[in-house]
Write a protein that binds this ligand. Structure first.
Ligand SMILES: Cc1cc2nc3c(=O)[nH]c(=O)nc-3n(C[C@H](O)[C@H](O)[C@H](O)COP(=O)(O)OP(=O)(O)OC[C@H]3O[C@@H](n4cnc5c(N)ncnc54)[C@H](O)[C@@H]3O)c2cc1C
Length: 423
């Protein structure tokens, strides 16, 4: 390995893995991005990208392409599900951009994945290994060997200096003491044609409707001619995995007593996909040796704070910053003339990388745990039943938009430079 660039294997090309591959290659590493699917197909749905995440992508030179593909909504408008009564409006648009120096965006997931993939492809030293599953990792002096399982049953192996497991919530490299937990809720997603909801397309808002044991979010997506709808309802039968088809009658029935707007949106949806919502018990210790998890693999979070992808993007920035000094082994070992010396240097390089991985985990744990807990708290507030819902509605109605926005300063105001001090 002496004299060559260190290489990092990244398993999983979701939003977290793609961002990690991009930032690690920009930091000077050779990167192998391993994805078990044959191409990166982010599910047809939207994503809110708060300033803590958009700031990183803009810093990576993606601001221009983001502004062509994303919308910066003016506000989050919170309404009561049963009668549509306005409860609160949280300003976004220029207000949040001025406050945090970066925009709050909404974007189609496929657009975000494809703009990241384009940037990864344009970045030097990245090898894309699609249709390959990382099936095991062995550590040895100087690095790791990742076993790969190909689509048609082929087996191969990959040498690298470290493995970043960005494999999502069901990752085999998730923290050992953090078990998956079913929330009791299922998210239903649909894309409603803009023609069926023209007033919502032009409104410039993220709509949030709250009701007992359910809520609904909608926002328009740029270039797609659709309104993204996420409806969360109770579900007794959890199912692992990504998505499955949902029956229209079930979701229409769950929102039957709600106001006209959410009911009309639900009726206009051509089809639904469902996700049983899981998270894991928050963990302080994540990885081991030369393996570290990132994104949902490290700290899966319920979607009640719209932060899972944002935190994965943050992870990637902090990981790349910690590993950057190790991108190139010392020139002193170039050539490997003295084998013993080279081996010692490789072992030293591995020890440095291992320490950098632990530093990254240490810098991320408190913040991601806080976000995981906050998301669970939001679940209770969003779905409160009477009389708690009355208290929630009063608190929301009495606070100004600025006050409500200020509650998220710890979250949206984060930047990678301050990661070790600001949680
Ligand atoms: C309803 C809903 C709404 C949400 N809304 C938002 C939002 O508005 N804003 C936000 O920030 N977050 C949101 N999230 C959360 C966000 O979607 C996730 O947190 C985020 O996608 C996690 O990204 P990831 O890259 O860590 O993992 P994933 O997206 O799960 O990607 C993992 C990738 O790894 C691959 N993989 C797995 N195992 C292997 C292996 N062994 N070898 C190779 N490849 C492998 C998978 O195929 C996949 O491509 C929402 C989530 C839900 C369910």
């Amino acid at each position: 390995m002496s004299g060559r660039r260190h290489s990092i294997a990244v398993a999983g090309a979701g939003i977290g893995g793609l961002t990690a591959a991009l930032l690690l290659s920009r930091a000077g590493f050779a990167v192998s991005l391993i994805e078990k699917r044959t191409r990166v197909e982010e599910e047809g749905a939207g994503l809110q990208l708060s300033p803590n995440a958009s700031r990183i992508l803009i810093g990576a030179g993606l601001g221009h392409v983001l502004s062509r593909r994303a919308i910066a909504p003016e506000c989050v408008r919170i309404r009561r599900g049963k009668d549509g009564r306005d409860l609160a409006t949280i300003p976004l648009g220029q207000t949040i951009k001025k406050r945090h120096g970066a925009p709050y965006l909404v974007i189609h997931r496929a657009e975000l994945a494809s703009l990241l993939l384009d940037a990864v492809r344009a970045s030097p030293g990245v090898r894309l290994l699609y249709g390959r599953e990382a099936r095991g990792v062995a550590e040895h002096d100087g690095g790791i060997t990742v076993s790969l399982h190909g689509e048609r049953g082929s087996e191969s192996a990959l040498e690298a200096s470290a493995l970043v497991a960005a494999e999502g919530i069901w990752s085999a490299h998730a923290p050992a003491d953090s078990l998956p937990r079913f929330s009791g809720f299922c998210a239903w997603r649909a894309l409603v044609p803009a023609a069926s909801a023209p007033e919502l397309v032009g409104s410039g808002e993220v709509g949030l409707w709250l009701g007992p044991r359910a809520h609904l979010v909608h926002y328009p997506l740029k270039n797609a001619g659709v309104v993204n709808v996420v409806a969360v309802i109770e579900d007794r039968r959890p199912r692992a995995g990504w998505s499955r088809a949902g029956e229209k009658g079930v979701i229409a029935g769950a929102f039957a007593g709600w106001a006209e707007v959410p009911r009309a949106l639900i009726a206009s949806a051509p089809s639904w996909k469902c996700w049983s919502l899981f998270d894991r018990k928050p963990a302080r210790r994540w990885g081991n040796g030369l393996v570290t998890p990132l994104g949902d693999a490290a700290h899966p979070i319920l979607p009640f704070l719209a932060q899972g992808a944002a935190l994965a993007i943050e992870d990637a920035a902090v990981l790349a910053a910690n590993l950057a000094p190790m991108a190139k082994p010392d020139e002193i070992i170039v050539g490997g003339l003295n084998d013993a010396k080279t081996q010692r240097s490789e072992a030293q390089g591995s020890a440095d990388i291992g320490r950098a991985l632990r530093r990254y985990e240490g810098e991320r744990a408190a913040r991601t745990i806080r976000a995981q807990r906050e998301a669970r708290r939001n679940m209770l507030a969003y779905h409160a039943t009477f009389p708690l819902s009355l208290v929630r509605d009063l608190v929301l109605a009495r606070a100004s938009g600025e006050q409500l926005l200020a509650r998220f300063d710890w979250l949206y105001g984060w930047s990678a430079d301050q990661s070790s001090v600001q949680h």
